[in-house]
Write a protein that binds this ligand. Structure first.
Ligand code: PEP
Ligand code: MN
Length: 344
């Protein structure tokens, strides 16, 4: 850590800053410039991360060297993390990251057995490797369909596994953990809950892979700090997901920040995928943005697919048809070959 001392600071104040650093068990190293004093702090920087150093008189700026998201950072682990999502017993886990592409597809909400089976068959044939579907839906209106709850979870698991896919579904509340863990192979934390710290700690105590979506107005650093919560509880299986952020643009549902993919991957070893469905809200834009995501280095995509969007109970207008997804999946496999040399 480097401390920049304000220009009019007295020698007694500089001594006081150094004294505080020593009290905290670290060593100050003074550099006297022509106009400024800079203090390099030598020792375990994590000890200082919770200290209000900027409140010491004379401290102008505190510049950390380490990232505040220690476990999630590339400084901690150079190699890409590969997260494994296991489905039905006896089937090979689906790998995400390190050249392994996640093709997560399915309806916004689980609506019933027959319709989910039809969609699952379609996306599996198209190349999807994980089936998605919400049983607990975070809807903007309390009068909108809220999801099927436990019966929906059972249907998701049975149908996903019957079609050879592990399943991912959203958990909205720490009190749902036992229930959702019983059925889900991967736990989704939705955009609205990215900073629900109790929920992050709860899923951190399981060993289920977690799909952590970026919050509607969260920075890349906020996203990585939320991942850190899960990792700090001992669950290393975190996959990040860009899903667009709120903006002034009205023609798309959100603004897709594709730069976040190489931005995050430069700073973190965790896999990152993109959800172009919630990011754009428009089937005419989803394929192009999905392709761009893989070209930007994403480890997969998360796409809403429905066999009859006009009858969907949630997010029908942004759903791709299975045949549209099939065409997209082929393109993504080709792109992944360009990006990673081979497609797994
Ligand atoms: C979803 O994936 O169903 C969802 C609600 O997404 P988000 O949390 O990104 O809005
Ligand atoms: Mn949705």
């Amino acid at each position: 850590m480097i401390i920049v001392v304000a220009p009019d600071t007295t020698p007694a104040q500089v001594d006081h800053i150094c004294e505080r650093i020593r009290e905290l068990g670290l060593k100050p190293h003074l550099s006297q410039g022509e106009q400024r004093v800079i203090i390099g702090v030598i020792g375990d920087e994590t000890r200082l991360q919770t200290q209000p150093l900027a409140a010491i008189p004379g401290v102008e700026q505190v510049l950390p060297i380490l990232k505040p998201f220690k476990l999630a950072s590339r400084q901690m682990r150079k190699l890409d993390t590969i997260v494994e999502v296991s489905g039905a017993p006896g089937t090979a886990p689906v790998k995400i990251g390190g050249g392994h592409l996640a093709l997560i597809a399915g309806p916004c909400a689980i609506e019933g057995e027959e319709i989910l089976a039809e969609i699952a068959k379609g996306v599996r044939a198209a190349g999807a490797n994980i089936l998605r579907g919400g049983a607990f839906k975070p809807r903007t209106s309390p009068y909108s369909f809220q999801g099927m709850g436990e019966p929906g979870l059972r249907i998701l698991k049975d149908i996903g596994h019957a079609h050879g896919m592990p399943v991912v579904t959203e958990i909205m509340d720490p009190r749902q953990a036992d229930l959702v863990v019983k059925y889900a192979d991967m736990l989704q934390i939705g955009a609205r809950n990215m900073q629900n710290f109790d929920l992050l700690k709860e899923v951190g105590q399981t060993r289920k892979p977690v799909l952590l979506k970026r919050g509607l107005s969260a920075s890349v650093k906020d996203l990585l700090m939320s991942a850190e919560y899960i990792l700090a509880e001992g669950n290393p299986n975190v996959v990040l997901c860009e899903r667009g952020v709120r903006s002034f643009e009205e023609s798309t549902r959100n603004m897709l920040d594709l730069a976040s993919v190489p931005n995050v991957k430069g700073q973190s070893h965790l896999p990152m995928i993109v959800d172009p469905s919630h990011a754009t809200g428009r089937p005419d834009l989803i394929p192009a943005m999905a392709r761009a995501s893989v070209a930007a280095g994403a480890d997969g995509v998360h796409v809403e697919v429905h066999s009859c969007p006009e009858k969907a109970l949630s997010d029908g207008p942004q759903a791709l048809l299975p045949e549209q997804f099939a065409k997209l999946a082929k393109d993504l496999e080709k792109l992944a070959q360009v990006m990673h040399g081979s497609f797994h």
